[in-house]
Every structure is written in structure tokens, then in C-alpha cells.
Design a protein around this ligand. Structure first.
Ligand code: NAD
Length: 343
């Protein structure tokens, strides 16, 4: 028999992987607790029409591991976990489905705390919350995206300081992909700081708004990789740093909010060789989880914005160490995380 979990490429000593099902609601979910050395595992619940169960297992293993690294580098007292529900978020959602997930989380006794993610909404999380208190980022507490955008902005400032040896964005051009919850707010802050914007999106209304409000220049979806820019800001899709795009990008800094920007880990080294300063995604986009974590733990919020702003200091440390050690920024960021969460 082929063992498909322990041999799976994304399996990384996960503490616990739970398969949760309930016949009445049709729930089929997988909950992965990657590491709880720093505190209860926290990470969102994704609902997706996975091609098969193996794909769902791969995804939850990969995503939960990523949360451990993100939460550790952000200096949060939480570990990393994630859950996935197998199903079509457009057609298969019912309150009972999310209540059944809540019951499964309750059985885990707080080792894993869930939140909204791709395919799930604040309303779904309210149904989870009817059965368990182990859920964060409920709708009434506000959208984390502005804090993710703020983290991206201070991260870009740190990158500009490191690479261009200056504090201002005046005269710098940013090629920004994806004007959604994170991207638009980030674009606004860049504009206010003096940057020129070149943007793309599949949403025509978002493009029109950016043209009118931010004076942004609009380019076609694929053209964003070819424009003359100083900073590339991916805020839509993953895997946009790949051999094709890295041979085209003119930017010397990559600083954006998207998750999983490197198509493969080797892309970090290619960035280094090309002299592109890459702000590791899980460091720069941690503003949202910082906000959600403060809320969940009822930590007084006065320190929260300062905590998000420290993303800039963390990145300055990543960049300096990467230079000193001749290693990709992505490797240094992993090492900083591992030093915090590995016992
Ligand atoms: P969103 O759905 O609000 O925005 C995504 C935007 O990208 C939309 O405007 C969409 O039209 C656009 N888009 C989709 N495909 C595109 C393409 N091929 N080319 C250009 N644009 C395209 O999502 P968001 O909440 O702003 O998140 C953006 C990214 O940041 C995602 O990768 C997400 O995982 C990551 N992220 C978000 C948060 C958060 O707090 N929202 C936190 C951490 C990471």
C-alpha cells in the first residue's frame, strides 16, 4: 500500500491531522495542526471543490505549515494550523455544514482556532461559532485587509530603504497586480507616499477607480511583468515569481500581499542572483493575522498597529542577514521562523 500522508511532500512533522465527517450535513473536512509550540494553532478554513481527497490533504498540509512560519515570524503567541472543507462553496454551503465543523473544532478542545479564508465568509464563521468558541475574525469585528495592506506598505518602505538607500517613494514606480481588499488600500498608501502606479486587474471597475482616484496607469493582465517599474507588488495570485516572469520583471524589489508568491522555493535564489530584493510573502502579508490574533486573544488593541508596523523592522533584519550570509531572503525568513517555533 502507498502511504500518502507521511510520504506526502508537504508533510512536515505535523502534530495532528484530523479527518472530520458528519453524514447529516455532508461535512467532509480535514483539520491540520502543524505546530503548537508557540500557542494554539491558528489559520483559516478554506472551502474548495478539490479534484480528490489527496489534493485536499496536500493543500491543508501545505497551508497549515505556512501558518506556523507566518505566525512565528510575526511574533504572535500562536501556532500554525488550517482546515479545508471539501465541497463547492457556491452550491454546497449550509449552516449545518459549518455547525458540524464547529463541533469538530470543539472536540479538538482549542488546539486549533479557525477563521475565514478562501471560499468561506463571516456568515459561515458565525455558524461555526454557534458550536464552538475556537473561531476568530468574526464579521462584526472588522476586516483584516487594511492591516495586511499597512504591513505591505511598511514592508515596501523597508525594502526601498535597503535597496535604494532612501526613505521616500518619490519618483519610484510600482507595478501592482490585483486591486482587491489588500491591493487597493496598499496602492492608495503608495500613491500618498509619492509613488507612480501602474496597475492591472481582471475587474474593470477596480481599474477605473484606480485611474480616477489614484491616477494609475492601467495595463493588460500579462503586461504587468514587462513594464518599467522599480517595485513589483503582487496582490492577487500565487506563483507569479517563476522562471518566465523573473526573466521579464524590471523591478528590483518585490513587495506584495499575495500568498505563495514563489512558484518553487528555488525562485528565492533566482531573485537573489538577479539582484531582486524579495520581501518574503509570509513576512510582509502578516498584518491581517496580527489583527485577527489580537481580537481573538482580547489583547488591548492599542499595541496592534505598532505590531503591524514592526513588519518593516523584521524585513529590514531579513534583508540585512540575507546580504551578510549570501542567502535568499526566503531562506532567512524560514530560519527566523524556525528559531522561534522549533524546540
Ligand atoms: P481580493 O479577492 O479582495 O482581491 C484580489 C484582486 O485580484 C481582485 O481585485 C481580483 O479581481 C484580482 N485578480 C484576480 N485575478 C487576477 C489576475 N489574473 N490578474 C490581476 N488581478 C487579478 O483578495 P485580497 O483579500 O485582496 O487578497 C489578495 C491576496 O493577498 C491573496 O493572495 C490573499 O491570499 C492574500 N492575503 C490577503 C490577506 C487579507 O487580509 N485579505 C492576508 C494575507 C494574504
Amino acid at each position: 500500500m502507498t502511504a500518502f500522508v507521511f510520504n506526502e511532500i508537504n508533510f512536515d512533522d505535523h502534530e495532528q491531522v484530523v479527518f472530520a465527517s458528519e453524514a447529516k450535513s455532508g461535512l467532509k473536512a480535514i483539520i491540520a495542526v502543524h505546530n503548537t509550540n508557540l500557542g494554539p494553532a491558528m489559520g483559516g478554513c478554506r472551502m474548495w471543490n478539490y479534484a480528490d481527497e489527496a489534493e485536499a490533504v496536500r493543500d491543508v498540509l501545505r497551508l497549515s505549515r505556512g501558518m506556523t512560519y507566518k505566525n512565528a515570524v510575526a511574533g504572535l503567541p500562536i501556532g500554525g494550523g488550517k482546515s479545508v472543507i471539501i465541497g463547492n462553496p457556491k452550491t454546497d454551503k449550509t449552516p449545518a455544514l459549518f455547525e458540524a465543523l464547529g463541533e469538530a473544532l470543539e472536540r479538538l478542545g482549542g488546539r486549533y482556532v479557525t477563521a475565514e479564508d478562501v471560499g468561506t465568509s463571516p456568515a459561515d464563521m458565525a455558524n461555526v461559532a454557534s458550536k464552538t468558541k475556537y473561531v476568530a475574525g468574526l464579521g462584526d469585528r472588522g476586516d483584516p485587509s487594511p492591516y495586511t495592506a499597512l504591513g505591505c506598505f511598511v514592508g515596501a518602505q523597508a525594502a526601498v530603504k535597503h535597496h535604494f538607500k532612501r526613505d521616500s517613494f518619490d519618483g519610484l514606480t510600482v507595478a501592482l497586480q490585483g486591486l482587491g481588499h489588500v491591493g487597493y488600500d496598499y496602492a492608495r498608501q503608495l500613491k500618498e507616499a509619492g509613488a507612480k502606479l501602474i496597475v492591472t486587474d481582471i475587474d474593470q471597475a477596480a481599474l477605473k477607480r484606480a485611474q480616477e482616484e489614484l491616477g494609475a496607469e492601467v495595463v493588460a493582465i500579462d503586461a504587468i511583468y514587462d513594464v518599467q517599474a522599480d517595485i513589483y507588488a503582487p496582490c492577487a495570485l500565487g506563483a507569479t515569481l517563476n522562471p518566465d516572469t523573473l526573466s521579464r520583471l524590471k523591478a528590483k524589489i518585490v513587495a506584495g500581499g499575495a500568498n505563495n508568491q514563489l512558484a518553487t522555493p528555488e525562485m528565492g535564489e533566482i531573485c537573489r542572483q538577479k539582484g531582486i530584493l524579495y520581501a518574503p510573502d509570509f513576512v510582509i502579508n502578516a498584518g491581517g493575522i496580527i489583527k485577527v490574533c489580537y481580537e481573538y486573544l482580547n489583547t488591548p488593541e492599542d499595541g496592534m498597529v505598532a505590531h503591524v508596523r514592526r513588519i518593516g523592522e523584521t524585513l529590514a533584519e531579513v534583508f540585512a542577514r540575507a546580504d551578510a550570509e549570501g542567502l535568499p531572503t526566503s531562506v532567512i525568513a524560514d530560519r527566523i521562523a524556525e528559531a522561534k517555533f522549533k524546540k
